[in-house]
Design a protein around this ligand. Sequence first.
Ligand SMILES: *Cc1c(COP(=O)(O)O)cnc(C)c1O
Length: 401
Amino acid sequence: MSEENKSWAERSEKVFIGTYARYPATMVKGEGCTLTDAEGKEYLDCLAGIAVCSLGHCHPAVTAAVCTQAAELVHVSNLYYTQPQTELAELLTEHSFADKVFMANSGAEANEAAIKLARICAGPDRYGIISLAGSFHGRTLATVAATGQPKFHEGFEPMPEGFSHAPFGNLNVLEAMITDQTCAILCEPLQGEGGVRLLEVEYLQAVEKLCRNHDLLLIFDEIQTGLGRTGTLFAYEQLGIVPDIMTVAKALGNGMPIGAMLTRNEIAAFLVPGTHGSTFGGNPVACAAAVATMKIMLEEGFLPGVQEKGEYLQTALEGLAQKHPGLATGARGMGLIRALVLTEDGIEKGADMVKKLFDKGVLINFAGNSVLRFLPPLIITKEEIDQLVAALDEVLMECSS
Ligand SMILES: *Cc1c(COP(=O)(O)O)cnc(C)c1O
């Protein structure tokens, strides 16, 4: 590790609780798809802060919106109305199935709001939420309980009551798990953290039907898939499904912390003054960033461009899998959430591949203990995709033995 990066890393390790295993770089600047560390080394960022900086780092329109708003009004609490908050809620409802919005500061908080809404809506004794094995819904106690990966529960038990997990993609077992206590099914349209795992459209449509037949709410966690990541503003639009409740966060503020829970009027009506709230939720600066972000994503040609570049990346990744069959079996994803699926040998070397790419100045991650995951800024160019693929090809070559 070079000197400047090292001294910041050492200072950081001394004072931080060790919840994160970090790469040895202290990032100081971002522009477009490029990050620069304290030593001046540049990185091609194909993670975008984990699907957050979808317009690239420091997009001028978002930066301008943040600066302007920060000079006008930073915070007033939710005891009063603010303009950026209202504008953002109007944009979200105009461009989705929803009529109403609750604003939070993160994905987990948006999911907490969804869980509370589902429970209050269902009435007494109906509190059960079924989610899927392999899912990820957040790190608060309720959202970690909803998360279908035991490794996130370990050591933190007992988990809050009322959460169960159905096997991935198995409709019969899911239906058999529904009881009189069940109030909702919570799922990601495509599992992000779980390893870019796609659920079949037929399965998701059948889940929607189950919800209608059993009077359950369908909650879509679009925290990672939402805001253009899959090539439409929200992934549900491509599935012929309309959820009852949807949560978004990550890319909404292009880096400013913000999350939201969206639903229809008749469901929203159950949350009245005093039932739920947040001090910072809907903060004017975060909302101004989100308004600027959404306006750009809604410009003509932006979302089709994501589809097109997503297919370009898919084809390139499939080519790499063919070239390196010992390490990769194929590629999958939607839009610009993509994965290179690894073989058993590849999985063993997955973390090492990510480190080797890091050393070459390309940022990606190893997800679900099964795939290399790519979440580049949606503004990435084909030339930058070529750069990623070339670096990945070199690393796969180095790892073939
Ligand atoms: C990241 C993520 C969350 C949690 O969001 P935070 O902002 O980290 O709380 C929840 N669900 C999904 C699908 C996510 O990708």
